[in-house]
Structure formats: structure tokens, C-alpha cells
Design a protein around this ligand. Structure first.
Ligand code: PSU
Ligand code: MN
Length: 307
């Protein structure tokens, strides 16, 4: 069976010309933000990547195919699809063989990006170890994917709806480098700092690119997590967001499995009267910019090795 991949015209052109490509996930579009902000944000994120000298590839599943880059009409349709499946590693093959419309999480986007030869991926925040995981066992498949699939993921850390110390512990156990970008602190999505130190720090995209290429040369499995704090002007300080997170968590009794993350995001959106969404948009754009820079640097290194 051939790989069920369909590339957008823009991605096909980029790959034939050897230009850098940055992958983007689609769960943030279908399950992370309301319409029409989800569509506007997806379009702005793609623009930000083009402005950074790379080509965007938003990834989603439709009609039995993995789409690597969505044509404008397909993006528009996806943003208004209310019953898209949230697809992680466990659901990927079933979603394709059944021909469902699926939005890819960080884990599934990494798998698809790697199949398409894309090495860098920008998102908002990764999934992680949920609070109370010692009884629920709710640990996002994103963490295991980072341990096995060689894609560098740029995110604003992980949300404080998660248990961040345990999330960092699992990443360390799984051998995932967590690199604070121009920061010594592990960022907490809406806030610039979680109060926890970032295990590693790098200040230049070229350094992150070199580390990515070195991991590959060593034959180490897995990717890197680049933790890029939200821009200062967009952050919601921890003392403001923490009680809201606590309220959202206490409202989430009875919500389980895949529903947890979308439920909490939506509840926090309501409780902040939309401010959390504005912050989310700002940090995704910021991550796109950094990811484009890293993709350009990896591309330069690969071209140099060829020539
Ligand atoms: N973080 C966000 N917005 C999102 C998600 C994470 O700020 O929409 C999505 C991502 O697609 C991530 C997924 O991979 O939630 C994690 O879900 P879970 O916790 O069920 O693994
Ligand atoms: Mn989960």
C-alpha cells in the first residue's frame, strides 16, 4: 500500500525546490479555538511562517488521506467542521481506513510530518501529565511521541492545567531535550514562567538546528521540545490565571480521556471572557516565527552537507 499522503501545491513546490517547511497541527483549529478565530489564526500562523522564509504545512486527515498542507478551501471547511475526530497515534490508522475527517494532535502531527520529511513543527502547547494522573493515569501521548519521532516541536511550554513538574519528569525519563528559548524558565503557556527551570537553554535558532541535526547523526530516536515563552505584552500573569485554572479543573469532574483538554480550554476561555484566546493566538504566532527560523537553519545545514 502506498503512503496515503497528499501534499498541497505550495508544499510540493517547496519540497521540489528544497525550501524549508514547517508543519502545523489541526486539533488546535477544531478543538482548541472557536470559529471564526480558529480560521483567522490558522491563516495568520501560515503567513507568519512564510514571512519567516519557510513554507507552512497544516496537517489534517480527510477522505482517507493525510493532507500535508491544506488548500485554502480545505482549511476553511475544516475550521467549520463540528464533528472532526481528535486524532492521536492510537486513532491515526483507523481514521484513515474509515475515511473520517480527523484533526491531528501534536503526537499525530509529528508522525505525519515525519512521513512527509518535515523536521520542524509549530504549535501552541503540548499535552502532558494531567493533575491527578497518579489516579487517572492521564498522560498525553504527545510525550511518548516526542520520545520516538524525530521532529523539533516549538511550543509555549505546557499549560498550567497540567502537572508541570510531572510533565518535565516524564520528558526527562523519555530522553526528550526540553530547550528554553531565550529563557531559563520553563514557560507555562499563558504565562512566561512556570516557576520551574527549563532543563536546557538556547538563544539562537542555529543552535537548536545544530542540536536537531546532531541527534539524528547519533541515531537517537525522538525529537526536541523548544519551549518558547509567550510575548510579554500578551501574557496572563500566573496570579491571574492560576485561580481560573483551579476553577476550570473543579468544573471538570466527570470529564475524561480526550475530552479533558478541549473542556478545560473552553472553560478557561469562558472564565477569562476571551482573554485566554487572545493570549493563545499571540503565542502560536510567536512559535511559528521561531519554528520558521529553526527550519531555515536546518535547511542551510542540510544543503551545506550536500554541496
Ligand atoms: N494545547 C493547546 N491547544 C490545543 C492542544 C494543546 O493549547 O488544542 C491540543 C493539541 O493538539 C495537543 C492535544 O496535542 O491538545 C493534547 O490532548 P491530550 O491531552 O488529550 O493528549
Ligand atoms: Mn489524555
Amino acid at each position: 500500500m502506498p503512503l496515503p499522503l497528499i501534499q498541497s501545491a505550495e508544499v510540493t513546490d517547496a519540497q521540489s525546490r528544497g525550501l524549508p517547511v514547517v508543519a502545523l497541527e489541526s486539533t488546535i483549529i477544531t478543538h482548541g479555538m472557536p470559529y471564526p478565530q480558529n480560521l483567522e489564526t490558522a491563516q495568520r500562523v501560515e503567513q507568519e511562517i512564510r514571512a519567516g522564509g519557510a513554507v507552512p504545512a497544516t496537517i489534517a486527515l480527510m477522505g482517507g488521506h493525510i493532507h500535508i498542507g491544506l488548500e485554502p478551501d480545505a482549511l476553511n471547511t475544516l475550521a467549520q467542521t463540528e464533528n472532526a475526530h481528535k486524532v492521536s497515534r492510537a486513532d491515526l490508522a483507523v481514521c484513515l481506513s474509515e475515511g473520517w475527517t480527523g484533526a491531528t494532535t501534536v503526537a499525530a502531527t509529528m508522525i505525519c510530518a515525519h512521513l512527509a520529511g518535515i523536521e520542524v513543527f509549530a504549535t501552541g502547547g503540548i499535552g502532558g501529565v494531567h493533575q491527578g494522573a497518579e489516579t487517572t493515569f492521564d498522560i498525553s501521548a504527545d510525550l511518548h511521541e516526542l520520545a520516538q519521532t524525530p521532529v523539533t516541536v516549538v511550543a509555549a511550554g505546557a499549560k498550567a492545567i497540567l502537572d508541570l513538574p510531572k510533565t518535565l519528569e516524564v520528558l526527562e525519563t523519555q530522553g526528550v531535550p526540553v530547550i528554553g528559548y531565550r529563557t531559563d524558565d520553563f514557560p507555562a503557556f499563558w504565562s512566561r514562567s512556570s516557576g520551574l527551570p527549563a532543563p536546557l537553554r538556547m538563544d539562537q535558532p542555529g543552535q537548536i538546528a545544530a542540536a536537531h541535526v546532531t541527534r539524528g547523526a547519533l541515531g537517537l530516536t525522538g525529537g526536541q521540545l523548544v519551549a518558547n515563552p509567550i510575548p510579554p505584552e500578551a501574557e496572563i500573569p500566573r496570579q491571574v490565571i492560576d485561580p481560573i485554572i483551579a476553577a476550570a479543573l473543579s468544573d471538570s469532574t466527570g470529564i475524561a480521556a480526550k475530552e479533558v483538554t478541549p473542556f478545560l480550554l473552553n472553560r478557561i476561555f469562558e472564565l477569562t471572557e476571551g482573554r485566554s484566546l487572545q493570549a493563545n493566538i499571540a503565542l502560536v504566532l510567536n512559535n511559528a516565527q521561531v519554528a520558521a527560523g529553526i527550519a531555515c537553519e536546518i535547511n542551510k545545514m542540510r544543503q551545506k552537507n550536500l554541496g
